[in-house]
Design a protein around this ligand. Structure first.
Ligand SMILES: NC(=O)c1ccc[n+]([C@@H]2O[C@H](COP(=O)([O-])OP(=O)(O)OC[C@H]3O[C@@H](n4cnc5c(N)ncnc54)[C@H](OP(=O)(O)O)[C@@H]3O)[C@@H](O)[C@H]2O)c1
Length: 276
């Protein structure tokens, strides 16, 4: 069904894992990033998409600094909303499927423990990043009927700054305090890439949750990382209040992925084996 796929944000953490996986699956891949396709420039988006004529765009480019977005809503909105709207308009007008990567931060995390968010559940972002990603979702729904909105969470991968690498870099500290009252779904970039490809290959459209199965807190995630790395670390659970950050985060943003990805622990094991 799809042969030629254009990826935005191809130099980012997800993009760098997604592009080779797409190629291995036999797709012709057009890798773009801000240097050759600034998504905030409507004319450039139009020119590139009309010249390259992809069947689908996987839109990974984003303003991803959650804390910085609290003081720079304007830039976050320009990239996450205007940039997405530009892509959605051109894709919508030219029958190109648009895959938009969104986030669990569109939810407020006020779920009853034991439940998980369904794609149709009410959104209520707590921070500017979540708000702009949600406004990006709305632009996709408005301008491009052939869309997949893939909400993911707690992403890590070999090509970017992420929690796994941060924890491993801190493993020689005498004591390491990690937040235990935020619960979510750790997701490996390769697992997300495979989930997106599956959704495309099955001909799906709509909003989906593409994150690791199961749930854990950041503290539980750290414990598993050190277990797999065979490192003894003096790990202590702490509260969000003990570790204040500029942006509020949801306390319990567990998403129901309908089994599209494996349990987060299995994916983490593969990631740890791969990074060596
Ligand atoms: N990381 C997470 O935990 C997480 C969780 C949930 C959802 N997501 C979503 O997953 C997607 C991929 O995230 P990621 O972690 O791979 O992000 P990332 O590493 O920050 O990559 C984003 C890429 O987009 C590029 N970009 C920024 N502005 C652009 C513009 N105007 N035009 C074109 N490209 C631009 C960035 O370039 P520069 O580096 O030069 O700015 C970067 O290469 C994003 O949509 C993100 O919102 C991430």
């Amino acid at each position: 069904m799809y042969k030629k796929i254009l990826v935005t944000g191809a130099n980012g953490m997800l993009g760098q894992d997604l592009c080779p996986i797409l190629e291995d699956e036999g797709y012709e891949v057009i890798e773009t990033d801000i240097q050759n396709l600034d998504i905030t420039n409507f004319d450039e988006v139009k020119r590139v998409l009309l010249e390259d004529k992809p069947d689908a765009v996987i839109h990974c480019a984003a303003y991803t600094n959650v804390d910085k977005a609290e003081e720079d809503l304007e830039t976050a909105r320009k990239i996450n909303v205007l940039g997405t709207e530009n892509l959605a308009k051109i894709c919508g007008e030219n029958n190109i499927t648009l895959v938009y990567i969104s986030t669990d931060y569109v939810f407020d995390g006020g779920l009853e423990k034991g439940n998980s968010y369904k794609p149709t559940d009410k959104t209520n972002p707590l921070n500017n990043y979540g708000l702009t990603k949600f406004e990006g979702e709305e632009a996709v729904r408005k301008y491009c009927s052939n869309h997949i909105i893939a909400r993911t969470a707690w992403l890590y991968g070999i090509h970017g700054k992420n929690f796994v690498e941060t924890m491993l870099s801190l493993s020689d500290k005498p004591e390491l305090k990690v937040v235990d009252d935020q619960v979510g779904c750790p997701t490996w970039t390769c697992e997300l890439s495979n989930g997106i490809i599956k959704l495309l290959q099955e001909g799906n459209f709509g909003t989906f949750h593409v994150c690791g199965s199961g749930k854990t807190s950041w503290y539980g995630f750290a414990k598993e990382i050190f277990k797999l790395a065979d490192k003894t670390v003096n790990l202590k659970p702490c509260t969000t209040e003990e570790f204040p950050r500029p942006a509020r985060r949801p306390k319990y943003s567990v998403m129901d992925n309908k089994g599209i990805c494996r349990p987060w622990q299995k994916a983490l094991k593969d990631y740890m084996n791969l990074r060596g």
